[in-house]
Write a protein that binds this ligand. Structure first.
Ligand code: NAD
Length: 252
């Protein structure tokens, strides 16, 4: 059974792993045996150290995931560092908060570009490489509770993450036949920079906590089991599915 979750010999690309959920997932994939290619706008020193401690290799690529041209560079760098790619985690994401009535085009475009447009073209470039290799591949997109719900004052974020859920199914339909599993994880309310404003707002924070059956905010380490499952042989017949890692939030 352990072998099904074993990622030794695999190469995993993860976007946005200098902090938060990306760092937690990069570490989990390395602990399961994968070498890691991390894509960030600045050098992720802490993540690199954590991964090297596991005995796995870490290759850093400095790139901006708001630009779809980045996707070619990422795959080329990964292949030149490790010779191939096996796993892609589309984690980089941003959020902008404002009333819908005042929401600007800039806050719309910036969020859609990173969270949805580049995620699609990154997946496309990765899939072309995997098909060229003639090997299997695993794509894991990071969705959100706002893939299911509307949220408040985050219209571009909700639109992008609802798009991620649909796109995960669309890509699975086309690429399952090529041995590529496309799935997603929808994290609940997790303690990272992304939720700092929410946690600082006493009312919103206690409202949120009161609805989580597990009785606590999630942490990056709560992503470890689900990401290794979706990156491994253990999920080989799982296609187009989004797993909520939310302490039971959606069950309420
Ligand atoms: P975070 O802000 O700590 O991390 C976001 C990551 O994306 C960082 O590494 C950041 O550097 C990277 N990033 C953003 N824009 C980038 C760009 N243009 N180029 C390269 N990298 C870029 O937040 P997080 O909570 O760890 O978020 C990770 C993912 O999880 C995001 O997609 C987020 O939407 C999603 N998510 C988070 C929560 C939560 O509660 N924290 C809940 C649901 C979904």
């Amino acid at each position: 059974m352990k072998e099904m979750f074993d990622l030794r010999g695999k190469v995993a690309i993860i976007t946005g792993c200098n902090t938060g959920l990306g760092q937690g997932m990069a570490l989990a994939l390395a602990e399961a045996g994968a070498d890691i290619v991390g894509i960030n706008r600045s050098n992720p020193t802490e993540t690199a150290l954590l991964i090297e401690k596991t005995g796995r290799k870490f290759h850093s690529v400095i790139a901006d995931m708001s630009k779809m041209e980045t996707t070619d560079l990422v795959i080329k760098e990964a292949v030149s560092a490790f010779g191939k790619v096996d796993i892609l985690v589309n984690n980089a994401g941003i959020i902008r908060r404002n009333d819908a009535i005042d929401f600007t085009e800039k806050d719309w475009d910036e969020v859609m570009d990173v969270n949805l447009k580049t995620l699609f073209f990154m997946s496309q470039t990765f899939a072309k490489q995997v098909m060229k290799q003639g090997s299997a591949g695993n794509i894991i997109n990071i969705a959100s509770m706002l893939s299911y719900q509307g949220g408040i004052r985050v219209p571009s974020y909700t639109s992008s993450k609802s798009g991620v859920l649909g796109l995960t199914k669309a890509l699975a339909n086309e690429w399952a036949q090529h041995g590529i599993n496309v799935n997603a994880i929808a994290p609940g309310y997790m303690e990272t920079n992304n939720t700092q404003a929410l946690r600082a707002d006493e009312n919103r924070s206690s409202e949120i906590l009161g609805r989580i059956p597990a009785g606590r905010w999630g942490t990056p380490s709560d992503m470890a089991g689900p990401i290794v499952f979706l990156a491994s042989e253990a999920s080989r017949y799982v296609h187009g599915y989004t797993i909520a890692v939310d302490g039971g939030w959606l069950a309420r």
